[in-house]
Each structure stands twice: as structure tokens, then as C-alpha cells.
Design a protein around this ligand. Structure first.
Ligand code: GLA
Length: 353
């Protein structure tokens, strides 16, 4: 692992960029500003490496307006309706930053804070450990929450992310990573020809503000059925109210696996390059988002322009708005407990069909 300076925040904090490498030549760059994955080089079927995550060229670009490129998301990933929830009889009010709702931890979420870095060597490969303590009341959330996130580049081309959190007061937590992937290479067109499989029989339908209705709906007969491989583009334009609300896919899938067990929950392949990405997680849900809000206005890495659907995200998570949804898996963390969660994006190649 190596590191170099990566700019300074407006409040004067110096930020670093870390490079993790493995023996197969895979390389990942991560900054401790927002814990963001800045680049990820993965080989195609002929061994050619390409950067498969979207981002911007300069540290200033990350400080500026951008849609969570590569970022760690917290304290609560995804939406909380009207930015309000009750816990132990107390109503908490969060910043509302997405229409009427709270999204991705608030105005200054974990994607916009400086994490304390530590380089480590795990048995699986080089690790960058990032630590952040979110103060009681930060962005409206109760309790001092101490979060440690370890990024490990494994020997078999996986980027593993291990999350740990503890609190001194009951609080709600939902941590994820918001990398935007294009397996053809960042800036190489849209992801509509990528072939996706998601091991989920159900998803959580939403209202027009993308808040779950509370129903766990069968994917059977809907454009949300990815139990068999299908291209992203094959049904994204279907006349379907859920797709209209999301402007495409921007929904939470209810994963079939047992929560807490570390399993492959999704697989994505790009036919031309042969690159494959498997998603493994312990989490119960997966937000599959197809870059519907990208609109060509952001100048990305290497001057690339990112049109609508230039990338997809697979945000492993607990379900959106869980603090207000008694039937969803719980997201409350109490003093004395440790939140532990793992996700891995594992890269390989498949032969031409
Ligand atoms: C998440 C949300 C999307 C969008 C992106 C960021 O994936 O579900 O609706 O807000 O973040 O643009």
C-alpha cells in the first residue's frame, strides 16, 4: 500500500489517497475524505485493466457537488420518510435533503467527513481501516456512534468492506458504499447491456418519493425479476409505475439469503469485456440503482462525461425507511452491541458467449 496527499478540506484538514494492490495487478484507490473509492482497476478477459468506477479527477471535485461517487454512506443509508422517526418514545428530526425526505445521512453525511486512516495488513490482503466518531445529535441522530470501516483488497480480486459500529445511546444505523460501476470502464457509455442477476424473490415497492409502502412484493411477472440473468436495458423502459417512480431501477431488493450469512447475492456481467462482478454481503437488502439522475453535466475522470445510466450502484443495506417500518428488519443499535456487516465486490471474467 502507498499513499499521497489528496487535497485539503475547507476547514484545513489534509486528506490522503491510498493505493491498495494485489499480486494479480488489481489496484484500488481510496481517500479518507468520505471513505471514497476513487478508482478500481479490474482486468477484462484478455487481461487488460480498466477503471470500472465513476468519479472525478481532483480532490476539489469530491468536495464539490457530486452524487456520492464511491462514498461511504451513513449514519443512515437511503431514505427516511419526512426525516422523522420515533425511538423509545422520542421523535427525532433529521435534515430533509431529498424532496420531503432525508437521504444518505443528511446534509453532511459520512460521505463528506474526514475519516481517521490506518494502514493494515489482513490475512486476505492489504487493508485500509477508516474510523469516524459521529457526535450525539450530528445530523439529528441520537448517540455518539463510533464507526470503523475496513477496505481490503483480497488475493482473489475482491474489494471487501467490513463495517463495525458501537454507540453510547440507542440509535439507528444503516451503512453502505455508493460506488458507481461500469464494467466496460468508467465513461464508456451506458450500462444497459450489462447482464444482471439478483437472488431475490421480492422487492420493496415505493411511493412517488421513493419511500417503501411497507409491502414486500413478489418480483414474479415484473421488470424487477432478476432471478434469471437479464440485461438492465431489457425492461427498464417498460410501462410500469414502479419504474416510473424510480425513473428506472432505484429500488431495494429483499435478498433471499439469511441475513448475517456472507453470500453471493447478485452478479453482473459485461458481455464485451467479459468482466464480471459478484456482490457478496451479510445484509438483508440491496438497492439497485441505475444512474437515473446522471445527466451529462458532471465532468468525470479523464474528462469523461457521464450520461444517464452511465453506471449502476449495488448498495447493500437494511431496507429504506426501516425506522418507520415495524415489519422491516430492525436497524436499532444499542449500547453494548456491535454492528458488524460485510460486503464484497468480487471481480472475475467470463468467456465470450
Ligand atoms: C441512491 C438513491 C437514489 C439517488 C442516488 C444518488 O442510490 O436511492 O435515488 O439519490 O442515491 O443520486
Amino acid at each position: 500500500m502507498s499513499n499521497k496527499p489528496f487535497g485539503t478540506t475547507p476547514s484545513g484538514e489534509a486528506v490522503q489517497l491510498y493505493t491498495l494492490r494485489n499480486a494479480k495487478g488489481m489496484q484500488v484507490e481510496i481517500t479518507n475524505y468520505g471513505g471514497r473509492v476513487v478508482s478500481l482497476l479490474a482486468p477484462d478477459r484478455s487481461g487488460r485493466f480498466a477503471d470500472v468506477v465513476l468519479g472525478v479527477d481532483s480532490p476539489e471535485g469530491y468536495l464539490g457537488d457530486n452524487p456520492y461517487f464511491g462514498a461511504l454512506i451513513g449514519r443512515y443509508g437511503n431514505r427516511i420518510a419526512k426525516g422523522r422517526f420515533r425511538l423509545n418514545g422520542v421523535e427525532y428530526k433529521l435534515a430533509v435533503n431529498n424532496g420531503a425526505n432525508a437521504l444518505h445521512g443528511g446534509v453532511k453525511g459520512f460521505d463528506r467527513v474526514v475519516w481517521q486512516p490506518r494502514e493494515a495488513q489482513s490475512p486476505d490482503g492489504p487493508s485500509l481501516e477508516l474510523k469516524y466518531t459521529s457526535k450525539d445529535g450530528e445530523e439529528g441522530y441520537p448517540g455518539n456512534l463510533t464507526v470503523t470501516v475496513s477496505y481490503t483488497l483480497t488475493a482473489d480480486n475482491g474489494l471487501r468492506i467490513d463495517y463495525h459500529a458501537t454507540t453510547d445511546k440507542d440509535t439507528v444505523v444503516n451503512l453502505t458504499n455508493h460506488s458507481y460501476f461500469n464494467l466496460a470502464g468508467q465513461g464508456e457509455g451506458t450500462i444497459l447491456d450489462h447482464v444482471v442477476q439478483i437472488y431475490a424473490d421480492r422487492f420493496t415497492p415505493v411511493d412517488a418519493g421513493l419511500i417503501p409502502t411497507g409491502e414486500l412484493k413478489s418480483v414474479e411477472g415484473t421488470p424487477f425479476d432478476f432471478r434469471q440473468p437479464a440485461t438492465i436495458g431489457s425492461r427498464i423502459g417498460n410501462k410500469d409505475q414502479q419504474l416510473e417512480y424510480g425513473l428506472g431501477y432505484d429500488h431495494n431488493w429483499v435478498l433471499n439469503h439469511k441475513t448475517g450469512s456472507f453470500d453471493v447475492v447478485a452478479r453482473v456481467g459485461e458481455p464485451v469485456s467479459g468482466r464480471v462482478m459478484e456482490v457478496l454481503t451479510t445484509e438483508p437488502g440491496l438497492q439497485f440503482y441505475t444512474g437515473n439522475f446522471l445527466d451529462g453535466t458532471i465532468r468525470g475522470k479523464g474528462g469523461k462525461v457521464y450520461p444517464k445510466r452511465a453506471a449502476f450502484c449495488m448498495e447493500t443495506q437494511h431496507f429504506p425507511d426501516s425506522p418507520n417500518q415495524p415489519k422491516f428488519p430492525p436497524v436499532v443499535l444499542k449500547p453494548g452491541e456491535t454492528l458488524q456487516s460485510s460486503t464484497e465486490y468480487r471481480f472475475s471474467v467470463e468467456p465470450a458467449r
